[in-house]
Design a protein around this ligand. Structure first.
Ligand code: PBG
Length: 327
């Protein structure tokens, strides 16, 4: 039926019409809030390129976790910035490492809040790469062993979900095997399956102090030009035992998110990364956009494209906005 019989504007007439036929409704249940943990006490250092996001000492992480949980956000993801970085990132898998301490502290004080841990070496290595380096190369298999060790140490500290973000081949099966071997067969793996070598990670590298000291991450993270390759990455991770797969970044990769969601039936996550957050914050501060409105539009669009969960630095602000709207 064509115009004038059909008039799509009829169902847009009032907020009640729109609310009734709305296809995608963002919920606080969809959100995961990233936290950066640093050594020390009483530290709450704002990340200059990520206004509203902080490097936090463990005591402050607890305060933050309580607030996050109080807002109804189901999960946080922890990133650690160690006291000492070294060649093999040994604090990443130390039983008393910074993230391990934070996991225990959060699970002790806010047990109902899910703790997801990012498994990677880049925050812990002095060269800033996500793996073991030899002769300027990032070695795959020796790195996978360390990642499995790191994942196990997170599980032992009490992590609820393990999220490898390194992009080494074979790490999901290696992590699954090590977890199962130690009685952690109930811990899910959320794999950063399609993680692109992206300029949008800039502010995160300031937050996590993880900028590579030579070269870049293009020999392990994906080429932004590729889409079919993302399907192979997701297929392999699912075959290796991933319980959820992630697409990262989110906004410039909504096509990838959509394709993965259509092809597989497992939950799909999207990481609304630091650069995406920083751009909105910067333009908002300049008065060039309505920050709150753009935030909700972005998060709703990521969900519409196929994300079941969204990792976002906007989680707390979005939770408050949803509360105000009575949702
Ligand atoms: C670690 C990791 C990174 C991010 C999440 N985990 C940085 C990177 O790969 O360089 C980026 C998150 C963001 O930009 O918000 N490998």
């Amino acid at each position: 039926m064509a115009f004038p019989t059909t008039r799509l504007r009829r169902m847009r007439a009032t907020e009640a019409h729109r609310r009734m036929v709305r296809e995608t409704v963002l919920s606080v249940n969809d959100l995961i809030y990233p936290l950066f943990v640093v050594p020390g006490r009483n530290i709450r250092r704002e990340i200059s390129s990520m206004p509203g996001s902080f490097q936090l000492s463990v005591d402050q992480v607890i305060t933050e976790a309580k607030e996050v949980s109080g807002l109804g956000i189901p999960a946080v993801i922890l990133f650690g910035i160690p006291e000492h970085k070294d060649e093999t990132g040994s604090e990443a898998y130390a039983s008393d490492g910074i993230v391990q301490q934070a996991i225990k502290a959060v699970k002790d004080s806010v047990p109902e809040l899910l703790v997801i841990t990012d498994v990677c070496l880049c925050e812990y290595t002095d060269h800033g790469h996500c793996g073991v380096v030899k002769g300027g190369q990032i070695l795959n298999d020796p790195t996978v062993e360390l990642l499995a060790k790191e994942a196990l140490s997170h599980a032992k500290a009490g992590a609820d979900i393990i999220a490898p973000s390194d992009m080494m081949d074979g790490r999901v099966s290696a992590i699954r095997k090590v977890l199962d071997g130690d009685g952690f067969e109930q811990i899910p793996i959320l794999s950063y399956a399609a993680k692109y070598a992206s300029g949008f990670y800039g502010p995160f590298r300031e937050a996590a102090e993880s900028t590579p000291q030579f070269g870049d991450r293009r020999s392990y993270q994906m080429d932004p030009a590729n889409s079919r390759e993302a399907m192979r990455e997701a297929a392999l991770d699912i075959e290796e035992g991933a319980d959820m797969v992630m697409v990262k970044p989110a906004l410039a990769y909504l096509d990838i998110l959509c394709k993965i969601k259509e092809r597989w039936d497992l939950p799909v996550a999207a990481y609304n990364v630091s650069g995406e957050y920083a751009m909105v914050k910067a333009a908002g501060r300049l008065g060039w956009i309505d920050e709150g409105r753009v935030m909700m539009e972005i998060l709703t669009s990521i969900k519409r494209a196929g994300a079941d969960v969204i990792l976002t630095y906007f989680a707390k602000e979005a939770a408050r906005a949803l509360q105000e709207q009575g949702r």
